[in-house]
Design a protein around this ligand. Structure first.
Ligand code: DGL
Length: 278
């Protein structure tokens, strides 16, 4: 691989639209960077798959993004980070890589009640990364955890405020509330899209931690460290790719970020142009 170029885009990937919560924060922090976003919607959800399978997808996507000449990769997916972050850094040492880990550290620092709740998918809870985060940062704090079965599917369908979405969240959060939680950590990048609903359920006294701003700051730090800030005067564009249905993705883009954008379909290594799609 040749060394990353400052004027190349930042590559961001997730199993689906969850990484858009990270993209939004990165664009706020780094408005003058081009971004290439890849949603692996042919394989969403990742959270119910084995770590080995998610690692294989993450490796394939990383290779693909490198072929597209990205200068830095953001693994905007907790499940993929749990399954593959260490492996990706070892396999592709020349590309700076930012990954997700549940924000237990700030939660443990900020809690008053000493009870913190983590919401994430099974894959994230299984990974070594989560165990190490708990070991490093949760001393003296009670950490409760809960999966939210079906929530990623609801968000992928754009139902951020639906009856089923509320039911799933209440089921996850109410037992934690009963145990005195005052801080909720979102350990899945899809979940920030339902923060208003979570906040409605837990009340305004409970803090909900969205990791996206911290990930955006870390991305900026790495760009500085590797001298990779864009120098181009017309940068700041985002290009979207999905392995799923580009029309569906475009409508989610509108629903979740309130923007329209051209979405390209990719199937491992092969990009289908708008013309070929007909
Ligand atoms: N958004 C992802 C995460 O942060 C993956 C969710 C899924 O596909 O299950 O874990």
């Amino acid at each position: 691989m040749s060394s990353p170029r400052p004027d190349a885009p930042i590559g961001i990937f997730d199993s689906g639209v969850g990484g858009l919560s990270i993209l939004r924060a990165i664009r706020q922090q780094l408005p003058d960077e081009d971004i290439l976003y890849l949603a692996d919607q042919a394989h969403v959800p990742y959270g119910l798959r084995s770590l080995l399978e998610v690692r294989a997808f993450s490796t394939g996507i990383t290779r693909y993004l490198l072929e597209q000449d990205v200068k830095l990769i953001v693994v905007a997916c907790n499940a993929a980070s749990a399954a593959a972050l260490r492996y990706l850094r070892a396999t592709f040492p020349d590309i700076p890589t930012v990954g997700m880990e549940p924000a237990v550290k700030p939660a443990a620092e900020q809690t008053n009640s000493g009870v913190v709740g983590v919401l994430a998918t099974p894959a994230t809870f299984q990974g070594e990364l989560y165990a190490s985060v708990i070991e490093r940062f949760a001393q003296g704090v009670t950490v409760l955890q809960h999966t939210c079965p079906g929530l990623v599917d609801e968000i992928e369908a754009g139902r951020v405020n639906g009856v089923e979405t509320r039911r799933i969240l209440e089921h996850a959060v109410q037992p934690m509330l009963a145990q005195g939680l005052d801080t909720v950590v979102l350990g899945c990048t899809h979940y920030p899209f339902v923060i208003p609903l979570i906040q409605e359920i837990v009340g305004t006294d409970v803090r909900v931690i969205d990791p996206a701003p911290a990930i955006a700051r870390q991305t900026a730090r790495l760009l500085d460290q590797f001298e990779l800030r864009s120098t181009s005067s017309d940068a700041g564009k985002t290009r979207y790719l999905t392995t799923g249905n580009p029309i569906m993705f475009a409508s989610l883009l509108d629903g979740l970020l309130g923007e329209s954008g051209e979405v390209w379909q990719v199937s491992w290594g092969k990009e289908i142009t708008a013309d070929e799609r007909g």
